[in-house]
Each structure stands twice: as structure tokens, then as C-alpha cells.
Ligand binder design. Structure first.
Ligand SMILES: Cc1cc2nc3c(=O)[nH]c(=O)nc-3n(C[C@H](O)[C@H](O)[C@H](O)COP(=O)(O)OP(=O)(O)OC[C@H]3O[C@@H](n4cnc5c(N)ncnc54)[C@H](O)[C@@H]3O)c2cc1C
Ligand SMILES: NC(=O)c1ccc[n+]([C@@H]2O[C@H](COP(=O)([O-])OP(=O)(O)OC[C@H]3O[C@@H](n4cnc5c(N)ncnc54)[C@H](O)[C@@H]3O)[C@@H](O)[C@H]2O)c1
Length: 470
């Protein structure tokens, strides 16, 4: 069936990026359609990303408190993790979040079509409808927000002997007693933290020389020290060779480290080696959309693709697979698509100066702005100061043994260029630096802002004073 309506903007994908784009364009009075091919509405963050992972981690963190209780004078005579209740709680929360998003997607501000969209030409989509059949959609502009999927490397024996992905473990009632996690990024470490904290045996096998490729090594090393001070094992600088089955039915991951072949056995393997952009069956060729070597949509800072009326946002095109960035990109893509329709050419550009990153392990890791690696790659002259949590009153009371805060300031102006934390409540603490950086604060200005005593937050004043006085 051919539709007659031409939309101003057709948004492909209704996750965090696509929804942000659609609500922005609809609020500006444009005729918008969102086409989403998922079985359920909600997008990755709500259904199989941020929210379910944090719900599980919240339960696991309670068990860590129980584990440490004796040190604080609390005798816990018996405790047991009930994964059925953990998963039940997660399902309840996710249903609430996805029901709300589903209502927002269907409240009439824009049209919603449930189905998989494929470009037939630069102005036409064919949609294979979820309930059967197909329809055609034409629009003046398009926003591709189709997200990403798990990427599993081709390791001999892995597919044959079986593996889990984050999609599986986020809804797993029967948790394996032992787990090998392949990868050392955010997903690998958050899931490794969850399983270790619910008393499972976990080994992380990371290819790079340190965890969290791309982050500053001092942060990654501090996290590794903290995680391995629990029962977790971490192997970095490895090369995965193959997966085998042992005579007693376990999975054996064989890898090379320092030129020596070694292995680890476990009940299950979690593949957490990254994600890939969802551009398969998108019809990028039919619309002349340029893709990069990983299959991602190539965009400029204005979120415009190689085709002038086609924009993109979120994991499918982003250098950072992070929700607040997908949302900001979605809003900008919509604003620029509107400008394209109205023949205005002063497109807005995204600014990644305040890009944030947070990992919800224990301790947590968080960073904003420039890392030390980025500062040095950009040839910036900087002053870097740190302060450890084990030398700070409130965190000593809190019982924090690991972690530090780090500030990076411009050597001349002393403006704060970046901040990072590995330690308690890192993902909350980092926001003080986000606000300071948003207002281009110098380290001296930050140091002078009143901080209540005793709080974790006052730890920032130490590196800020050091930079100000340098
Ligand atoms: C386990 C896990 C934990 C995470 N935790 C965090 C976190 O704590 N903080 C954080 O910031 N980020 C986190 N992320 C990353 C974050 O979830 C993503 O960056 C974000 O959700 C991406 O949003 P999106 O809109 O680009 O894509 P999605 O939300 O994936 O939306 C894309 C939608 O498009 C649909 N689609 C795909 N192809 C088509 C097509 N051709 N036609 C129609 N529809 C299509 C998909 O079905 C989907 O519904 C996590 C990710 C994972 C996997
Ligand atoms: N808290 C958060 O903000 C959060 C949480 C989870 C995911 N995310 C986002 O989701 C995205 C995907 O996360 P991810 O952790 O899957 O990907 P990632 O790219 O961040 O990490 C993948 C890791 O796997 C390693 N790796 C790749 N191939 C390997 C191999 N063959 N053998 C061993 N190790 C290998 C890499 O060195 C890397 O450290 C991230 O970009 C992240 O931004 C964010």
C-alpha cells in the first residue's frame, strides 16, 4: 500500500536518540513519523542497557554491603542472593519505564509505525510492518537513529560452544556459578562487577594492556586493583585463541599472554567485546549514505550525513555510545533537519567538550571533558593533580580503600579542562566538575566554592587548590 502523506521528518528508530529527535521536531510544529522495528518499545537504554544493568547492580551492591558489614560492627548471621527476586525487581522497574516511554511514543505528537525501515531511494522508505505487510513512507528529511547491536568476534569454538551477551545476562534468573567475561570495557566490567558481587566466580579477559581502552591508564589500573581485591581475576594484554569444551562440560577459554598459552574454565562465557551500528538492511546504498569501516553512518558535527537531507544520531553514528550524547545529537539532528526544510543554512554543531562517561562498578568510574591522553594528543599544556580517597575524612569514614579524583587544568589560564574519579559515588561526584566546566570555571574558582563538611564532594577542593597554586 502506498501512503500519500509526505512527512517533514521521518525518524528511523525510537530509542533515546530517535525519541529525542521526534519530540523536538514535533514541538516545533513539524509533521513527524517515527518508525521503530523492535518487538517492544523503549529502546536499548530502557530495555537492555542502562536501566536493567543498573537495577541488577543495585541489588549486587546491597550484597557487597552485607559482605563488608562485620567491619562496621554489624553481624550478619546469614544471607543469600535470590536471583529470582533480583530479576523480578528489574522486570518490574523496566516495565514501568517502558510503559511510560510507550505512552510518550503514542500520545499523538507524532505518528508511530511499528516495523523495519529500508531506504528504497533517498526520499522513500519501505517499511516491513511488525504485524505483517509493508508500507511506503516519503519525507522531506530523515533522521537515522537505529542504534547498535552486540558485536561478537569470530573466535574459533565460541559460536559452537555457546556464549552469553549482555542481552541474555540482564534477564538471567539462573546465574552461572562461574563466568569468563571477554572484553574489558564498560559492559564487561559492569557485568563482571554484578556477578562477582552476587558471589559468582568471575575472570575478565581483556585484549588491551589495561581495562577501559581509551581512558587514562591510572584510572583503569586503580579500578583493576580494586576489583581484583575482591574475588575477581583480571587478565589484560591477552589474545583470545579458541574456546573448547572440557570433559566435565565446562567452557574453556584458551588465550595467549606474554607469549604463553594459558586457559580458564567456567560454566559460561559472556561476550562483551563491543557493539556494532545497526545499518544492515537499512538500504544505505539505495540512498547513497556513506558508512564508515565499522558500518556506522558518517556524520559531521551538525549530524548531517553524506546526503544533505539525511541526518543521524545515537549509537548508529556516534563516536560515543552514551545516552546523554544520543539525546543531544537527536535534538540537534531535528533542529538542523528543520533548518534544512526551511532553507536556512546556519546549522548548529555538537560540542563534545562536556562529554561524560560513567561506569557503575564498585568503585565507580566517571570522567568529564578531556582525558590526560586527549590533552597530550591535542598538544595542550596542562597541570594534572589528584587526591586519593583513602586520605580524605568522609571517604575514610565511608570505608573507601580505593580510588582518587583527578583534575586537569590548562597550564596558563588554570581553566578546568577535564575531571575524573574512580571511587565511591563517582558518577554523582563528577557532576560538580561538569557544572564548573560548563561555566568555564578555573581551578581557583572551584576551590573557593563552599563545600559542606564532611562530604565526599569536598575532595575536589584539594586538586583544585593544587592547580590554582601551581
Ligand atoms: C548493557 C548496556 C548498558 C549501558 N549502560 C549505559 C549507561 O549506564 N549509561 C549510558 O549513557 N549508556 C549506557 N549504554 C549505552 C546506551 O544504552 C546507548 O548509547 C543508547 O541507548 C543508544 O540509543 P540509540 O537511540 O542510539 O539506540 P537504541 O535505543 O538502540 O534505538 C534504536 C532503535 O531503532 C530500532 N531499529 C533498528 N534498525 C531499524 C530500522 N531499520 N527500522 C526501524 N527501526 C530500527 C531498534 O529496534 C531500536 O528500537 C549501555 C548499553 C548497554 C548495552
Ligand atoms: N555505564 C555506561 O555508561 C555504559 C555501560 C555499558 C555500555 N556503555 C556503552 O556501550 C558501548 C559498548 O560497550 P562495550 O563494553 O561492549 O564496548 P567497548 O568497546 O567499550 O569495550 C569492548 C572491550 O572489549 C575489548 N575487546 C575487543 N575485542 C576483544 C577480543 N577479541 N578479546 C579481548 N578483548 C577484546 C576491547 O579492548 C574493549 O576494552 C560502550 O561504547 C559504552 O559507551 C556505557
Amino acid at each position: 500500500m502506498k501512503r500519500n502523506t509526505e512527512f517533514d521528518i521521518a525518524v528511523l528508530g525510537g530509542g533515546s536518540g530517535g525519541y529525542a529527535a521526534a519530540r523536538t521536531a514535533a514541538a516545533a510544529g513539524k509533521k513527524v513519523v517515527v518508525i521503530d522495528g523492535a518487538a517492544e518499545l523503549g529502546g536499548l537504554c530502557i530495555l537492555r542497557g542502562c536501566m536493567p544493568s543498573k537495577a541488577l547492580i543495585e541489588s549486587a551492591n546491597r550484597n557487597l554491603v552485607v559482605r563488608e558489614a562485620a567491619k562496621f560492627g554489624i553481624e550478619v548471621t546469614s544471607s543469600k542472593v535470590n536471583t529470582e527476586t533480583v530479576i523480578e525487581r528489574k522486570r518490574r522497574l523496566i516495565k514501568e519505564f517502558s510503559d511510560y516511554r510507550s505512552e510518550q511514543m503514542q500520545d499523538g505528537r507524532f505518528e508511530l509505525i511499528r516495523g523495519h525501515a529500508t531506504f528504497k531511494d533517498p526520499h522513500t522508505l519501505e517499511v516491513q510492518l511488525k504485524d505483517g505487510g509493508s508500507t511506503m513512507v516519503t519525507a522531506k528529511t530523515f533522521i537515522i537513529a537505529t542504534g547498535s547491536s552486540v558485536f561478537v568476534p569470530d573466535i574459533p569454538g565460541l559460536h559452537e560452544h555457546g556464549y552469553l551477551t549482555s542481552d541474555d545476562v540482564l534477564d538471567m534468573v539462573d546465574a552461572p556459578d562461574s563466568l569468563v567475561v571477554l572484553g574489558g570495557g564498560a559492559i564487561a566490567l559492569e557485568m563482571a562487577h554484578y556477578f562477582e558481587a552476587i558471589d559468582k566466580q568471575v575472570t575478565v579477559i581483556q585484549r588491551s594492556g589495561h581495562l577501559l581502552t581509551g581512558m587514562d591508564v591510572d584510572l583503569a589500573d586503580e579500578l583493576e586493583t580494586a576489583l581484583t581485591s575482591r574475588t575477581m581475576k583480571i587478565e589484560c594484554d591477552t589474545r583470545l585463541l579458541r574456546v573448547e569444551k572440557t570433559p566435565d562440560g565446562k567452557k574453556r577459554v584458551v588465550y595467549e599472554k606474554g607469549g604463553v598459552e594459558t586457559f580458564v574454565d567456567a560454566d559460561a562465557i559472556l561476550a562483551a567485546t563491543g557493539r556494532k551500528p545497526n545499518t544492515i538492511n537499512l538500504g544505505a546504498d539505495a540512498a547513497n549514505i556513506e558508512l564508515n569501516s565499522q558500518g556506522g553512518v558518517v556524520v559531521g558535527l551538525d549530524m548531517q550525513s553524506s546526503v544533505s537531507h539525511i541526518f543521524s544520531c545515537g549509537d548508529v553514528c556516534s563516536p560515543y555510545e552514551i545516552v546523554h550524547i544520543a539525546i543531544e545529537q537527536g535534538e540537534l539532528a531535528a533542529e538542523n533537519a528543520i533548518k534544512f526544510i526551511e532553507k536556512e543554512c546556519d546549522f548548529g554543531k555538537i560540542d563534545y567538550r562536556l562529554k561524560l562517561y560513567g561506569i557503575f562498578t564498585d568503585p565507580q568510574v566517571a570522567a568529564v571533558g578531556m582525558t590526560e591522553i586527549e590533552a597530550s594528543a591535542a598538544g595542550r599544556e596542562v597541570i594534572v593533580e589528584t587526591h586519593p580517597f583513602n586520605d580524605h575524612g568522609k571517604s575514610m569514614i565511608h570505608g573507601s580503600k580505593h580510588g582518587f579524583v583527578k583534575l586537569i587544568g590548562d597550564a596558563k589560564t588554570k581553566e578546568i579542562l577535564g575531571g575524573s574519579v574512580v571511587g565511591p559515588e563517582a558518577a554523582e561526584l563528577i557532576h560538580e566538575i561538569v557544572v564548573a566546566m560548563a561555566f568555564h570555571s578555573t581551578a581557583g574558582q572551584l576551590a573557593k566554592i563552599p563545600h559542606y563538611h564532611p562530604t565526599l564532594s569536598e575532595i575536589w577542593t584539594y586538586p583544585a587548590e593544587e592547580i590554582a597554586d601551581a
